[in-house]
Design a protein. Sequence first.
Length: 221
Amino acid sequence: MLPSIQFDRAPAVPAVSEPITPSEIAERGAGLFLLLLSAPLLIAATAVAWTLSGRSPLVAHLRIGKHNQPFWMLKIRSMWERGASNDERQGWIEYIVADPSEDGKQSGDPRVTSRFAAFCRRHSIDELPQFWHVVRGRMSLVGPRPLTRSELARHYGVHASELLSVKPGLTGLWQVSGRSAIRFPQRAALDLKLVRELSPRLYFAILLRTFSALVGGQGAW
């Protein structure tokens, strides 16, 4: 596993531009609408995270997007050590390069030290900033979740190129099938199934199922 590396400012990553299609415009518009709709909750959760953690309220993880292009994926901070000092605050965003554990998220992670943080993770409130990536065209509303380069190599192997042929998404088959309770290699199979079978019908079905998954909060930690 790679060590965790933190930056106060975002190291540069290459930007890639693609032709914008009508469906792309529609999805970006939907992302903007959802970002504005969720703005009061996003701002409130960010403020609480800033107060409780004593650190930057947002974190950005390096992930690999469509066509193998890296980008910084934003989240509201939900992990911090107990007794953190306000002196550790160094701006609004902390940029982190780290390789997640081989088994993915763990139930009862000791770094989740607040009931508020656990609630945000259970209902994916910490992922609200990612609507901004949809607006910018880096992510889709529906697609496989963004991964690190090592995760792609470890869990997808020769099929990684299939995953990188589409934009990563805010939600997908993995999220509506059990979320964190689904481990690799089953998660990889669901991701590839989504890429291979994605259609407008499946797209909207996943969006509808996502709402109930978020409200219920099952399988997320």
